[in-house]
Design a protein around this ligand. Structure first.
Ligand code: TEU
Length: 545
């Protein structure tokens, strides 16, 4: 086993690329690898260490590529394997590492394995790779358990057997087009290790693991207890028979050994919707994964006491297992943080399109949040468009919505398209340089002042703030991995120091406050009225020695 002499990931800033919406090189309105390759210099100049690319594999796109039909090939919408290999080489040439997204909980229903399972008989080896069960009730007409899909409806779908009779049911924690794999099957275990190796051998530096807490199900398949929410239910998830079961850790121990067998060890980060900090940190024990997302922080309200508690609990739990914490504000599943922070208190996470938003306030807070995010100990994740100050688009016309949540919920939940709208790069009209065609989701005219082109060189822009913060973070010995010390501060103010000689302060109160003593102002989220005052919803980085 090789031990990494350069654990770059402990301090890394990783930029999330949602390839459909990043940049379109082919002109069909869908982002692709050609577009991403063209914009790699932009990402290198922004100053990120790595990019995480959402699934780019062959997929019918029933759930934005999280329904994979071939894990070793690129979807024709995005490009070719040869192009992916070129992209990896080009990114490395610019000093940017590549993290891919592995989807091991389920495949597409178009995956050859699932097609074979449908064609085979109950009890066959082909069915054994998935979770098939007989139904309950008269003629097996009722689903095997009361589990619900995360996207509404039952988590079970009944199949028609090859002889035309109604047959078994298969489990899908997400859409029916995403059948869950059976991780008790050794063939499944082996296949995913081979997929990881396939990409690692092509130079990929790591993987984000989709639904990492879901792979192993309680083999008794019990009904959910009455007090348990049907899907992810904080703080009880591991009592849910599909989530955070102890068996998942053995899978990740094997994956870690695989990563460590490379001369340049590869890294793994889990997307585990686990809210208890101790249980979450278990995913990053020394012989398991390197990092895990921290959704408690993402979901926190704009409130110092709540944030401080989450920061403390996180740092304590991860220090106990020797892993770095990670911090993230937005991703392709959640309402963009600029919008969340511009909503009325208590309604930050309300369904898209149901509450008013103050975008000016949200922008001010998003600027301050960026300085908090990048000053906390550990790694940070930035979602594409965070650096441009994009907000959630809440009024996409119904007929343009693509997220399966919209259909599955009987049009009750608009879903996640509003955070997936294609990026504005240049010009003053949609498609804003994203494409030469019609973007797959419409962009608002109001983004004309937010293009990367318009923001480049503007000292007041969000893009300039991110570039400056990332440059300082790279150069400053206090930032990245390490610890923090809280400083005395007025109520609703977060203030902490990091060694050597660095203080971050965030004013979440409604009054201006005095800056603590310092030698220099390194950066503030917006220009300050004078040398000693920090207005509400502002943050500052200070040199203290
Ligand atoms: O998300 C996992 C997950 O739990 C989501 O259902 C999340 O709770 C929800 O999106 C919040 O609105 C991952 C991917 O990030 C997501 O895009 C996929 O749809 C999902 O897995 C299925 O693969």
């Amino acid at each position: 086993m090789t031990v990494s002499s350069d654990p770059w990931w402990r301090s890394a800033v990783v930029y999330q690329v949602y390839p459909r919406s990043f940049a379109d090189g082919s002109g069909d309105g869908v982002g692709d690898l050609a577009g991403l390759r063209e914009r790699l210099p932009y990402l290198a100049a922004l100053g990120v260490d790595a990019i995480w690319i959402n699934p780019w594999y062959v997929s019918p796109q029933a759930d934005g590529g999280y329904d994979v039909a071939d894990y070793r090939a690129i979807d024709p919408d995005f490009g070719t394997l040869a192009e992916a290999e070129t992209l990896i080489t080009e990114a490395h040439g610019l000093g940017v590492k590549i993290i891919l997204d592995i989807v091991p909980n389920h495949t597409s229903d178009q995956h050859p394995w699932f097609r074979a399972a449908l064609a085979a008989a109950p009890g066959s080896a082909e069915r054994g790779r998935y979770v098939f069960r007989p139904g309950r009730g008269r003629g097996g007409a009722e689903p095997p358990t009361n589990w619900r899909s995360s996207f509404s409806g039952s988590a079970w779908t009944r199949v028609t057997e090859p002889d035309g009779t109604p047959g078994e049911w298969y489990l899908h924690l997400f859409t029916p087009e995403q059948p869950d794999l059976n991780w008790q099957d050794p063939g499944v275990v082996q296949e995913f290790e081979e997929i990881l190796r396939f990409w690692f051998d092509r130079g990929v530096d790591g993987f984000r693991i989709d639904v990492a807490h879901g792979l192993v199900k309680d083999q008794q398949f019990p009904d959910l207890p009455a007090d348990l929410e049907p899907t992810t239910a904080p703080p009880y998830e591991h009592r849910h028979p599909a989530w955070d079961q102890d068996g998942v850790h053995e899978i990740y121990r094997r994956w870690r050994r695989l990563c460590d067998s490379y001369a340049e060890p590869r890294i793994l980060i889990s997307e585990a919707w686990v809210f208890d900090p101790e249980r979450l940190a278990r995913y990053t024990r020394a012989d398991e994964l390197h990092q895990t997302f921290n959704f408690n922080f993402l979901m926190a309200p704009w409130e110092a006491a709540a944030m401080r508690k989450i920061i403390d609990d996180t740092l304590r739990a991860f220090a106990a297992v020797g892993a770095p914490a990670t911090w993230v504000l937005s991703n392709h599943d959640m309402i963009r943080h600029l919008t969340r922070y511009g909503r009325p208190p208590g309604q930050e996470l309300a369904q898209v399109g149901t509450v008013p938003v103050d975008l000016e306030l949200g922008t001010r807070r998003a600027r301050a949040a960026a300085l908090l995010l990048l000053a906390l100990p550990g790694g940070a994740y930035v979602y594409q468009g965070d650096e441009l100050g994009l907000w959630e688009i809440e009024d996409i016309p119904n007929e343009r919505l693509r997220d399966p949540i919209w259909q599955r919920s009987g049009h009750q939940r608009r879903g996640r398209d509003g955070c997936r709208v294609p990026l504005p790069w240049s010009g003053s009209e949609p498609p804003f340089g994203f494409s030469s065609g019609d973007p797959w989701l419409p962009q608002p005219q109001s983004w004309r002042s937010l293009t990367a082109e318009a923001q480049t060189g503007d000292p007041a822009s969000m893009l300039t703030l991110y570039r400056e913060a990332l440059r300082l973070r790279r150069d400053h010995p206090a930032l990245g991995d390490g610890t923090l010390t809280w400083l005395p501060a007025p109520p609703d103010v977060l203030a902490f120091s990091r060694d050597p000689g660095f203080t971050c302060i965030l004013n979440q109160s409604s009054d201006p406050i005095d800056l603590p003593s310092h030698t220099d102002l390194l950066l503030s989220s917006s220009p300050l009225p004078n040398a000693t005052t920090l207005p509400p919803d502002h943050a500052a980085w200070l040199r203290t020695s």
